[in-house]
Design a protein around this ligand. Structure first.
Ligand code: CMC
Length: 376
């Protein structure tokens, strides 16, 4: 064994690099995007947040128009990607389809291996736009419907909903998704962002890094938790069943999805907004059952485990009340997080060093080599 220090499993409490993109204060429950508190920038459009991450500050009206135009111009997809999504196996996980479709994009992007800053910026905008188009196309294909070509007029959030449903959404629906995208846009060195930075650190291209990040986000301990929350609520079925279900699950030492966080030791500031949205949407949809069930689970988790709801908990009942199918929830998370991933990739390359930690070898030593013909 080497005499290097072993860091805690899961890199718990380890600071691996600096970032100017977002600050997560787990003790006080504060999230900051480039100096702006999330509670304030939650009212910004997703396009403003894209500008903030890519250019360093919130845009003025002219700057916003420019990035909006650039995002819109990148909405279309190569035919091969439309075809792949339309023909992907119907039972394949949307995040798996998204991962492959995004990977395919590299063949159609100019200078994909060029890591100069203007090209990276172009790729970041292109990927942010195209992940949305692909996600919406996946949603259509899952319903057995033809894909809808992007609109070049609607906002990022409204266009996602339009491409998913074929109908121009009401303002209130688009505004809800817009805010959800803003709340999910970036979050320090979470698993998928760290994955993207590790891939980038070898000087690989942005498409490779985003593809890997999608694979990481898919897992139920990360972005996949939002789908798992809705599956749990559906399994519980009613407010009356919550108490028994939670008690039994905790007795069996099983995790309840949407709770706990590596960094937040108090309320996740994003969850506060999503809780309000879940209530409003339950009322709007004329069915507050999912919200009330969620609230009861939250109370029990507080009392018995001192664990708080995270971003995935109330996003589930919000999206469900908006009519979005649970299997698509994580792909929507990816639509939001692509701007975070791509901004981190750009930042990683400003002062890059390959990520190459060491492992403490714990296997056997000094085994006697036996030629294959003599092995039993
Ligand atoms: N339900 C029940 N118990 C829990 C939960 C939970 N959701 N989360 C943590 N615990 C318990 C866990 O059993 C352990 O207890 P003990 O010390 O008695 O063994 C203790 O709390 C510490 O848990 P951990 O898993 O070691 O904590 P971690 O920092 O390694 O993991 C986490 C953080 C978010 C992966 C974890 O809380 C979890 O699995 N939550 C459920 C999945 C989830 O909601 N993920 C979304 C994360 S936030 C947004 C995102 O990344 O997408």
């Amino acid at each position: 064994m080497s005499n290097l220090e072993m860091v805690p499993k899961g890199l718990d409490g380890v600071v691996v690099d600096k970032t100017e993109l977002s600050r997560v204060d787990g003790t006080n429950g504060v999230l900051v995007y480039r100096g702006y508190n999330i509670d304030e920038v939650a009212q910004c459009s997703f396009e403003e947040i894209c500008y903030l991450f890519l250019y360093g500050d919130l845009p003025n009206i002219e700057q916003l128009k420019k990035i909006d135009k650039r995002l819109k111009a990148e909405r279309s997809l190569p035919k091969a990607v439309w075809d792949f999504v339309a023909n992907a196996p119907k039972n394949e996980h949307p995040m798996a389809v998204l991962r492959t479709a995004v990977s395919m994009l590299s063949g159609y992007m100019l200078n994909v291996d060029d890591l100069s800053s203007d090209v990276l910026l172009r790729h970041a905008i292109a990927l942010t736009s195209k992940v949305s188009t692909i996600s919406a196309a996946i949603s259509r294909a899952r319903q057995g419907l033809f894909a809808v070509e992007p609109s070049f007029d609607l906002s990022h959030a409204a266009n996602y909903l339009y491409m998913s449903t074929g109908e121009i959404p009401q303002d209130v629906v688009a505004k809800t998704l817009d805010m959800a995208l803003v709340l999910h846009a970036d979050h320090g060195f979470n698993a998928s962002t760290f994955t993207a930075r590790v891939v980038t650190s070898s000087l690989s291209d942005m498409v490779s890094a985003v593809t890997a990040a999608i694979g990481s986000l898919k897992g139920p301990l990360h972005g996949g938790a939002n789908t798992a929350v809705m599956e749990m609520l559906i399994e519980i079925g009613s407010l009356e069943n919550v108490e028994n279900w939670v008690n039994q699950t905790l007795q069996q030492k099983r995790k309840i999805m949407g709770f706990g966080h590596r960094v937040y030791k108090t309320i996740d500031p994003r969850a506060k907004h999503l809780k309000r949205m879940s209530k409003e949407w339950g009322e709007r949809a004329g069915n507050v059952k999912w919200f009330l069930m969620s609230e009861k689970i939250e109370d029990m988790m507080q009392s018995f485990k001192h664990l708080n709801a995270n971003v995935d908990f109330y996003s589930a009942s919000t999206y469900y009340a908006m009519g979005i199918e649970p299997e698509m929830f994580t792909a929507i998370f990816a639509v939001a997080r692509t701007i975070g991933w791509t901004s981190h990739i750009i930042e990683q390359l400003v002062d890059n060093r390959i990520m190459r930690p060491e492992a403490a070898y714990a296997g056997p030593e000094n085994k006697m080599f036996v030629p294959i013909e003599k092995r039993s």
